[in-house]
Design a binder for this molecule. Structure first.
Ligand code: HEM
Length: 251
């Protein structure tokens, strides 16, 4: 077996892979939430053929992601590279986590009842549950807001602001998103905490600060996400009229 295969076969190797892929996914959600907050920063007024149009910042941000890497790379290639890294991370993360939990179930003695171990098992089970919900959410979410395959309200490619407004005016869509964000908060909190332990960065004098960081980051990210459906549901954001999409300036 070469060194990489040996590393992958060991429990510590798998934990390390779960931690690093988790870190990549954490970076993605942190970036994604920061991008979303652009729904609150308003519009640019752009004049085209003598007519003024309001072009939402979030729509321009969507176009910016499609153009990432241009002109060195053709449009969409940068985005597809990022998508492949994310998909690879999701697949690896889930694979090693399942392998680890099967291993620990095999090794578990039948008759332990110690409460510390029980609570560790509870957290691990809830990680599996919340992780599965987040995975199902991601699949639904891409079909809902990226491809527009699942339509709840009008959908137009590139019109990110209007798509969000059209779908989150339905209370059950907004509520569903907010509930999943609650589960995401738990998953991120426990994930970030475990990451510090796996990377050996925890220590009794730092643990309080690490827990605080994990809590602030996970709750902050989830609240940031949840604000978007809630703001649209309660009509706190202005309506934006249609505009010609060439104003987004894409390639
Ligand atoms: C309230 C919460 C959320 C809202 C309102 C939201 C909104 C959006 C929108 C509008 C898009 C499409 C952007 C475009 O087409 O330009 C998108 C894409 C995406 N979102 Fe979210 N999102 C939320 C939460 C999440 C969470 C929690 C995750 C992951 C855990 C996630 C993962 C993704 C992914 C993977 C894509 C596809 C990116 C791509 O390949 O283009 N989103 N989201």
């Amino acid at each position: 077996m070469n060194r990489l295969a040996k590393f992958y076969a060991s429990s510590i190797g798998k934990k390390f892979i779960a931690a690093i892929t988790g870190l990549i996914l954490f970076g993605f959600v942190a970036g994604h939430v920061a991008g979303h907050l652009k729904v609150f920063t308003g519009v640019d007024t752009i004049t085209d053929n003598g007519v003024e149009y309001a072009v939402p910042h979030i729509d321009q941000y969507g176009q910016f992601l499609k153009d990432a890497g241009t002109p060195v790379l053709p449009a969409m290639v940068g985005l597809w590279i990022a998508r492949m890294v994310l998909l690879g991370s999701v697949i690896l993360h889930i694979t090693v986590v399942i392998q680890l939990s099967l291993k620990s179930a095999e090794a578990r003695p039948v008759d332990y009842v110690k409460s510390k171990k029980r609570s560790a098992t509870w957290a691990a089970r809830y990680m599996m549950f919340s992780g599965s919900v987040v995975l199902a959410f991601i699949i639904f979410h891409i079909l809902h807001l990226t491809t527009g395959t699942i339509r709840i309200g009008d959908f137009e490619h590139g019109a990110v602001y209007q798509n969000l407004q059209n779908t989150f005016r339905h209370w059950y869509v907004a509520l569903g998103y907010v509930i999943v964000m609650g589960m995401l908060a738990f998953h991120l909190f426990h994930g970030v905490w475990s990451l510090f332990q796996t990377l050996g960065l925890d220590s009794p004098d730092r643990n309080k600060a690490i827990r605080l960081f994990a809590m602030v980051a996970s709750i902050g990210i989830s609240i940031g996400f949840a604000l978007v459906p809630l703001a649209f549901l309660f009509g706190l954001l202005p309506e934006v009229a249609d505009y010609p999409h060439h104003l987004l300036g894409g390639h």
